[in-house]
Design a protein around this ligand. Structure first.
Ligand code: IPM
Ligand code: MN
Length: 353
């Protein structure tokens, strides 16, 4: 029997509701077995103790096989505080540089885009996750005066840029789908960092002659995610552009509630983290209306990353059946069922396998 130690950070908002469904799903697998250790790191903890993560908390996480994360964001705490004190430090500390966000249009779900059927949208955004526009570098002076200055610096290193682009090409080979990598920049306006990115992309692609390539500007890419999503396979983008594009890709597959995310340290030197793309969704807290499928699909990515391919496909199959049947589903995709009912239905399908 294989056992995995999972650190669970349910976090804020609807995080705890969806994480419970994810845990239920993982437990229904039977094999492998998981042991879950829950951490109460959240905005509530911050409001109580002044810290999101206790001192040395990150050291404690280092020993786990993976981190299963719900959401962060609170109505009473400014977003830049929650994010820069909880999720971003985890992504950086554990060098989770590859943020992998698949978008697949399932049978039984309607895309808001006309004429898109099951499987027509089947892409993955590989988002750089440790530097770029999120590199927490900058400052402000002359606060609250007419002379106030705010500087926010983007950082693109050769090490960081090369490895994420290479990861995207490897991902295109692994998927064996359309075998295509699209690189996204804004090099017409960001003449330093993003021209550099384009150069690195042009170099790395020489090593992958079996993969077709394309370079797009972010504004055109945003349009094309709506106009011709079926043409994309692997899309590689900087931290901020990847963030924006994955909200678009999530909604094109019918709901934010269906989009999972993996924050990977591909070398496995540190634990990787798995979460839904949607955030804390204040408007849904406590209503049991949030769709747990994004989190359940994140759990599938987690077990696959842990080398349990069969368990991963079993979860995906149960999700596909639930969606295909179009009976037990949350309101975001046109149903009236509760979060727990969807979780129960997926667990039932898994237990019957
Ligand atoms: C996401 C979120 C985060 C991000 C926030 C919560 C920091 O929007 O995971 O997409 O921008 O990375
Ligand atoms: Mn986002």
């Amino acid at each position: 029997m294989t056992n995995f130690e999972i650190a669970v950070i349910a976090g804020d908002g609807v995080g705890p509701e969806v994480i419970e469904e994810g845990i239920k799903t993982l437990e229904a697998l039977g094999e492998p077995a998981f042991r879950f250790t829950r951490f109460d790191w959240s905005s509530n903890r911050y409001k109580r103790t002044g810290r999101f993560i206790p001192e040395d908390g990150l050291d404690e996480l280092a020993a786990f096989d993976a981190i299963f994360f719900g959401a962060v964001g609170d109505e009473e705490v400014q977003d830049h505080i929650t994010l820069n004190n909880l999720i971003l430090p985890i992504r950086r500390r554990f060098d989770q540089y590859a943020c992998v966000r698949p978008a697949y249009l399932y049978e039984g779900v309607r895309s808001p885009l006309a004429d898109q059927g099951p499987g027509d949208i089947d892409l993955v955004v590989v988002r750089e996750n440790t530097e770029g526009e999120y590199a927490d570098i900058g400052g402000r002076v002359y606060h609250q005066t007419d002379q106030e200055v705010a500087v926010q610096t983007s950082v693109f290193t050769r090490h960081g840029t090369e490895r994420i682009i290479r990861y995207a090409f490897e991902e295109a080979r692994r998927r064996g789908g359309r075998r295509r990598v699209t690189s996204i920049t804004k090099s017409n306006a960001q003449g330093h960092g993003m021209v550099f990115w384009d150069e690195v992309f042009d170099n790395v692609k020489q090593e992958y002659e079996d993969i077709e390539t394309e370079s797009l500007l972010i504004d055109a890419a945003a349009m094309d995610f709506v106009r011709r999503p079926q043409d994309f396979d692997v899309v590689v983008a900087s931290n901020l552009f990847g963030d924006i594009l994955t909200d678009i890709s999530a909604i094109t597959i019918g709901s934010m509630g269906l989009a999972p995310s993996a924050n990977l340290n591909p070398e496995r030197l540190h634990p990787s983290m798995f979460e839904p793309v949607h955030g804390s969704a204040f408007e849904l807290i406590g209503k049991s209306q949030v769709n747990p499928i994004a989190t359940i699909l994140a759990a599938a990515m987690m077990v696959e990353f842990l080398g349990q391919a069969e368990a991963g496909s079993a979860i995906r199959k149960a999700v596909a059946e639930n969606l295909g049947e179009a009976r037990i589903r949350t309101p975001d995709i046109g149903g009236t069922s509760r979060t727990v009912d969807v979780g129960d239905d997926i667990v039932r399908r898994l237990s019957q396998r």
